[in-house]
Design a binder for this molecule. Sequence first.
Ligand SMILES: [Mg+2]
Length: 290
Amino acid sequence: MTPDLSPFQLLRERTGIFLDFDGTLSEIVARPELARPLLDAPPLLSRLSRSFALVAVVSGRQGQDIRRLLGLSGVAVFGMYGLEGHPANVSAVRAAAEEVFAVSARVRGAWLEDKGASLAVHFRSAPDPDVAGRSIRRELTRIAMRHGLLVLAGKMVVELAPPETPGKGAVVLRESRARGLAGCVYAGDDRADLAAFAALDELRSEGVETLKVAVRSAETPRELVDAANAVVHGPSGLVELLERLTLDSSPGPGLGAELEPTGPTGSFARHAEVPWPGETARPDPSPDRS
Ligand SMILES: [Mg+2]
């Protein structure tokens, strides 16, 4: 079932498009520094930013990283779960750094990504990522409690961040309200994106048209897929959906004719999903990264 995009096309001057980066605009890769946006993504975002009120990337990555990878102006970037430009005391993070490093050094295949204001331990390369993940989560939770830090679990990563970290939901709410958006689209693939989905629920209760898109891969948590209005297959599926947003929604001949709603009209309350090719059972939604 294809989601009806016409409300957002019609309201494009008052619609914001918020997108996660890893697993959403780029495929998940072995190490974060190897990630690249899909080739089609930057020009598409650039086109969208010219007609929509806002196109924004909301990520756990540092903003400068996203800006470098996209190489675009006109697309807003909110890095570090909204922590950048937000007053936060990072001294507790720094005080925990050595202990967190020690945890990463004890687990084979794990490594520490020090983002300055947060500390992420990745375990994708561990011989048994499930076992490694459980042990890392347990130890990092203890450290977080001692230092008063937040624990953020993502795809094959556990991260410690200052308690003031706004999170993706707070960023989406703040930007949508500040800009008086009438439409809001969010796409993500991981646990941290659930907060943004909750923000869209809140905006919807305030009369905003919303669309929650889960970008599905083998590691996408079940909760995210269940909470979504539409599910696309990987970043390339999202690019297709965003391409459709750029089209004219006016009825009649021409491009608009392709956009006649195939799903429930006027509402995204139903879940639109295409079966995952060859899938028999969903993988265990173990904690995961944004
Ligand atoms: Mg992600």
